[in-house]
Each structure stands twice: as structure tokens, then as C-alpha cells.
Design a protein around this ligand. Structure first.
Ligand SMILES: Nc1ncnc2c1ncn2[C@@H]1O[C@H](COP(=O)(O)OP(=O)(O)O)[C@@H](O)[C@H]1O
Ligand code: SF4
Ligand SMILES: [Mg+2]
Length: 340
């Protein structure tokens, strides 16, 4: 079995949202527990998918494990080394090993620079290669991401979305990373281009031995690329296991709903409660809108849970003392639901 390259234990990240004059002046504000006690690990050369609605904390996890932002608490171990509290200087040599593909296609692509110079810059961040080495590496990168030589003279604004994504990936590959957090790498692209990018990432993994944390709200894409999948809801992992089990035998009601909503894509506006046959007078939740201001007792999914309704709203689900914890339901498949 391959070795563990990243191990994350009880990771928490709170954001403090300052709204209004008083909170500005006092420096106090509403705390948003964007990541609320998350643990997982990644083995070398494998892909773990992180899936959940917009706002559930996926990007925050990605940024925190790469130390692009500080954790509030928890532990991040990269390649056997605790990096949770390393200083900037201590992190610098590790930066090249852990890279992020940002959701935004323009991230890292200086609009004033030609593709050639963008890649050159990436190649010289950590090293001082010769001109001949740079030329060789640029050629190699273009080949790896299947971009034509002619694109080197282009500015980012002259590229299509798919080409921008390829340049962005080439830029990341330039520093020869081992771990890549791919944050919704296909979500900003046309459907027809998405599959090409997914295949590219898979090929690169095979040839370069990369490890991915693959973030997406798109469950079928995640299933396609991942060996393991973690499903997130409101800052927590609610289900995690082998991709095929998460896809075909989901045990948490939320995962089932994520799938159902895809089967019913043209209808994503439709209330989840309405679909689950819950009382119509309840407020209709909308995709991607979370209310951190409304404290939830017990299971944070209860306000939207069809199983909770079906079971006649059992008290245990909303018992403040019993937020369901992840437990093993077999073969390393873990689920946080009292009734899984
Ligand atoms: N810099 C920030 N300051 C305050 N709140 C933030 C910040 N970044 C993210 N959030 C909040 O944290 C939660 C998780 O966000 P994010 O990690 O971007 O979710 P996702 O990537 O799953 O869409 C959201 O409620 C979001 O509004
Ligand atoms: S613990 Fe209760 S509310 Fe939470 S997911 Fe399970 S059935 Fe639904
Ligand atoms: Mg995000």
C-alpha cells in the first residue's frame, strides 16, 4: 500500500465576519465555522474527492491544508511532517510540493504577460535553470497539457477557457508538485471541455505520480476521478468511503439527495423538502445558501433531512448532546447519521 502523503486531523477554520459599525470598531463579529472538525488522509498517487454544495467549506479545506490560510485548530501532516504551525520561511521549500489549481480560470495568469513568460516565471520561482533548460521545460509542459507552441505568444485574454485551464495546470506542474488540490477545475468550463480537462488530470496523475484532493460540487465527476470520496455538509464530512460506494450505495440521506438533485438537474430550484414530501409551509431551502446564524441542535442536516421527516422527527436527531459522529458501517465507509 502506498504511503500517506497528507493527514488532516480535526481541522477547524473559523472566519470572523465583521458587519456593522460596532463589530468593526470592537473587532468582534459573527463567527462562521467554515470547517468544523474535519479529518481525512490521502495516500500517494490517489485521488480523494471532496463534494458538497457551494458554501460548505470545500475551498477553505483546500486552502487550509496547503497553508494558504491558517487553521483555527487541528493538525495537518504533509509527508510525515507536521506543517500546521510552520512559519512562512519554513513553508517555503514545501510550497512547490503542494500546489493548488484554483477555480478561477484567470488565477495566476497575469493579463500583461504572454503564456511564455507566465511559464518562465513559474519555472524560475524556486530554481535558477539555464535558458536551454527553460526552453526544454516549456516544451515539456506544453506537451504535458496538450497546448500548441503557437499559444506561447498569446496573452491570457486571447485564450479560450479550456486553454486558460491548461496554462494554469502547466504553471502548477512547472514546480513539479507531489500533491495538488484541484478546486472545481472544470466548473468554469463548457460541458464539452470539462471531460477533456478531467482526462488530462487523470493522465497527468498516471504519468507523474501525482496525488489529488479533487474538489467539486459535481458528484459524477468526483466519482469518475476519485478512489475515495468525502461528502461535506455545513463544514463537516457527513459520509466518506470508496467512490463506488458513495456513488451507488450512499448511506447518508444528504448524499442520496445530492444524487437525486443531479438526476433532476433542470429542477434544482425545487425545494428539497418539497421533493421529500415534507410540509409545504416550511421555508424552501435553496442550493448553496446556508444559515450559519441559525443554530442547529444535534444533526445539522435535520432541517433538510427527508429521513428525519419520514421517521416522525425523532428527538435524537435534534438532541443538542448528540450530534451524529462518523462511524464505520463496513469497509472503511463512515457515515454521520443516527439511522445510517
Ligand atoms: N475569507 C472569508 N471570510 C469570511 N467568510 C468566508 C471567507 N471565505 C469563505 N467564507 C465562508 O465560509 C464558508 C465556506 O466557504 P468555502 O470554503 O468557499 O465553501 P465552498 O468552497 O464549499 O463553496 C461560506 O459560508 C463562506 O461564505
Ligand atoms: S441523524 Fe437524523 S437528521 Fe441527521 S441525517 Fe440522520 S436521520 Fe437525518
Ligand atoms: Mg469553493
Amino acid at each position: 500500500m502506498s504511503r500517506t502523503i497528507l493527514e488532516v486531523t480535526d481541522l477547524r477554520k473559523d472566519y470572523r465576519q465583521r458587519r456593522g459599525l460596532v463589530s468593526m470598531l470592537t473587532g468582534q463579529g459573527r463567527v462562521i465555522p467554515a470547517v468544523d472538525g474535519v479529518s481525512f488522509y490521502l495516500r500517494e498517487n490517489e485521488t480523494v474527492g471532496l463534494v458538497g454544495e457551494s458554501g460548505c467549506g470545500k475551498t477553505t479545506i483546500g486552502r487550509t491544508v496547503l497553508r494558504l490560510t491558517d487553521a483555527s485548530s487541528g493538525r495537518i501532516v504533509f509527508d510525515g511532517r507536521d506543517i500546521t504551525n510552520l512559519s512562512r520561511a519554513e513553508l517555503r521549500p514545501l510550497r512547490r510540493e503542494m500546489q493548488m489549481i484554483f477555480q478561477d480560470l484567470d488565477a495566476g495568469l497575469n493579463p500583461e504577460m504572454r503564456v511564455r513568460d507566465i511559464l518562465r516565471e513559474a519555472l524560475t520561482v524556486h530554481e535558477r535553470p539555464s535558458e536551454a533548460e527553460i526552453a526544454g521545460r516549456v516544451r515539456e509542459l506544453l506537451e504535458q497539457v496538450s497546448l500548441k507552441d503557437s499559444k506561447l505568444a498569446n496573452f491570457p485574454s486571447e485564450l479560450s477557457g479550456g486553454e486558460k485551464r491548461r496554462v494554469g495546470i502547466a504553471r502548477v506542474l512547472a514546480v513539479r508538485p507531489r500533491l495538488i488540490v484541484a478546486d472545481e477545475p472544470t466548473s468554469a468550463l463548457d460541458i464539452s471541455i470539462q471531460a477533456q480537462v478531467v482526462n488530462l488530470l487523470r493522465d497527468l496523475q498516471k504519468h507523474l505520480g501525482l496525488t489529488y484532493l479533487f474538489i467539486s460540487h459535481d458528484l459524477p465527476v468526483v466519482e469518475l476521478v476519485s478512489q475515495k470520496v468525502a461528502v461535506m455538509y455545513l463544514g463537516r464530512i457527513v459520509e466518506m468511503g470508496l467512490a463506488e460506494n458513495i456513488a451507488h450505495q450512499p448511506r447518508h440521506p444528504y448524499t442520496g439527495i445530492l444524487w437525486a438533485s443531479l438526476a433532476d438537474k433542470q429542477n434544482t430550484e425545487v425545494s428539497l423538502h418539497a421533493r421529500a414530501g415534507a410540509p409545504a409551509e416550511r421555508e424552501r431551502p435553496t442550493w448553496g445558501v446556508f444559515d450559519f446564524e441559525q443554530p442547529v441542535n444535534g444533526c445539522r442536516f435535520a432541517p433538510r433531512c427527508p429521513l428525519y421527516q419520514d421517521k416522525g422527527r425523532p428527538a435524537v436527531c435534534t438532541d443538542p448532546a448528540s450530534e451524529p459522529q462518523l462511524r464505520d458501517v463496513g469497509h472503511g465507509h463512515v457515515v454521520a447519521c443516527h439511522f445510517a
